[in-house]
Design a protein around this ligand. Structure first.
Ligand code: URA
Length: 443
């Protein structure tokens, strides 16, 4: 195989064979194919796209480029959940324990935040003592004992994605459906679960800004999951405005706990229950409606909360923080951001809120940056709320007062307040569609 020929083939709109994809992925991981040739290939894929079979082949070759996790030491059906990322998305911390307490095994590997989006591992590390770097055997033991463990990616998993993602990031080739789908699904397939529930975000804070693009991405990922012999479905959920009210690591853990106590924000609660119902149903626990009711009950009687506490304890964390979240340390400084006009909130730009939170220290620009677990934002006013001039719309938390000036401007500019109180609000859905191997069901 000559990489030059493969680039030429893709440039002309040709279809790469499985053998060609295998040789290309292997050659790139081994260092035989230089970055400049792979960059040219990525751009050719960006413009020419890939056939379904090609995207499946690329995903499977990427998944097999490093360690594949064998979860057979864990009893029962293992179901993973993946969200395509967003602002204020603490769903894993709610859904995972809820699904686990109802008999689904959740052996989950999560990531860290980058740019304006958060990551579950950063959020979990705001719980004192909790470890997310845990060896395979202990990981399996914890899942068998408590039903769930959430750890960081370890070992040499999907090295092809690490190298490809870094290259896509600097060659403007991130936003390509076959490349996003193969990147996400290669990690999910290597992680070894029997089923995968995808939460594909749509809107201003998501990778995919339009509903049609989000559905196209979901269809591609579900086809890959099915082609890889996994149970797989996706919900398309809203990320036009932030999910819940808390943005930032310990603030989000506290909000996840409130939700498991049954009094979390309505939007977050609903998205979590719907996703959890998909996980339960995928594991054979009943119809989606019956599973939704089971999840709501486990929230009401706090079984999910107890499972989260058990997981935290098993991972070395102090579970008293879960049972008494007032123990979380607070940022030393806060700053209230006030509305400058009167009216109704008709939009809250999710990406803008994420950037403001990162400016306060809750996020990182580079992988090596340290983060401040107490920093972040609480949105006091949400989509559709009426405000008067001077009302507090958001509260910023930080360890340094000088971070407030820029971050408060950023948060203020993320809010759109319509001057007329009677301006018709667009009805905002939380769940737009469900995508399965059999098709798209719009909600
Ligand atoms: N998340 C990933 O892991 N990969 C992408 O390409 C996009 C989002």
């Amino acid at each position: 195989m000559r990489m030059y020929d493969l680039i030429e083939k893709k440039k002309q709109g040709g279809t790469l064979s499985r053998q060609e994809i295998h040789d290309m992925v292997r050659g790139f991981v081994d260092g035989d194919i230089p970055d400049y040739q792979m960059a040219a290939m990525l751009m050719a894929i960006y413009f020419r796209g890939m056939e379904r079979e090609e995207t499946l082949g690329l995903t499977l070759e990427m998944a097999a480029s490093g360690d594949m996790v064998d979860l057979s030491a864990i009893e029962g059906i293992k179901v993973d959940k993946h969200s395509t990322g967003g602002v204020g998305d603490k769903t894993t911390l709610v859904i995972g324990p809820l699904a686990a307490c109802l008999g689904v095994k959740v052996a989950k590997m999560s990531g860290r935040g980058l740019g304006h989006t958060g990551g579950t591992i950063d959020k979990m590390e705001s719980i004192p003592g909790l470890r997310t770097a845990i060896g395979r055997e202990r990981f399996f033991e914890i899942v068998n004992e408590t039903g769930i463990a959430v750890i960081g990616q370890s070992g040499n998993m999907v090295p092809a994605d690490k190298k490809l993602y870094a290259l896509r990031d600097v060659t403007a080739t991130v936003d390509s459906i076959p490349l996003i789908a193969s990147s996400i699904m290669s990690k999910k397939i290597a992680a070894g679960s029997d089923g995968i529930v995808l939460d594909v975000k749509t809107g201003s804070g998501a990778f995919m800004k339009s509903l049609e693009d989000s559905i196209a991405l979901a269809k591609e990922m579900v086809a890959i999951g099915t082609g890889a012999k996994r149970r797989c479905c996706a919900l398309i959920t809203d990320m036009d405005v932030p999910l819940g009210s808390a943005i930032g690591n310990s603030l989000e853990v506290m909000e996840a706990i409130e939700t498991l106590q049954g009094h979390g924000p309505e939007d977050l609660t609903e998205v979590c229950l719907q996703l959890c119902a998909q996980m339960l149903s995928m594991a054979g626990k009943g119809s989606a409606d019956a599973c939704y009711a089971m999840a709501r009950e486990a929230m009401a009687d706090k079984r999910g909360l107890k499972t989260l506490a058990a997981m935290v304890k098993a991972q070395g964390g102090d579970e008293s923080y879960i049972l008494n979240p007032d123990k979380f340390s607070r940022a030393p400084f806060l700053c209230e951001v006030r509305a400058e006009t009167e009216g109704r909130i008709v939009h809250i730009d999710a990406a803008g809120c994420g950037i403001a939170s990162a400016m306060l220290g809750a996020g990182r620009q580079k992988k090596e940056d340290a983060i401040d677990h107490c920093a972040g934002i609480r949105l006091n006013k949400k989509y559709g709320d009426e405000v008067k001039k001077g009302d507090v719309i958001g509260t910023l938390y930080a360890s340094k007062k000088e971070l407030f000036e820029e971050a408060s401007k950023k948060l203020l500019s993320a809010y759109t307040i319509a001057e007329k109180r009677d301006k018709a609000l667009e009805e905002k859905k939380l769940i737009y569609a469900r995508v399965t191997k059999d098709g798209v069901e719009r909600m």
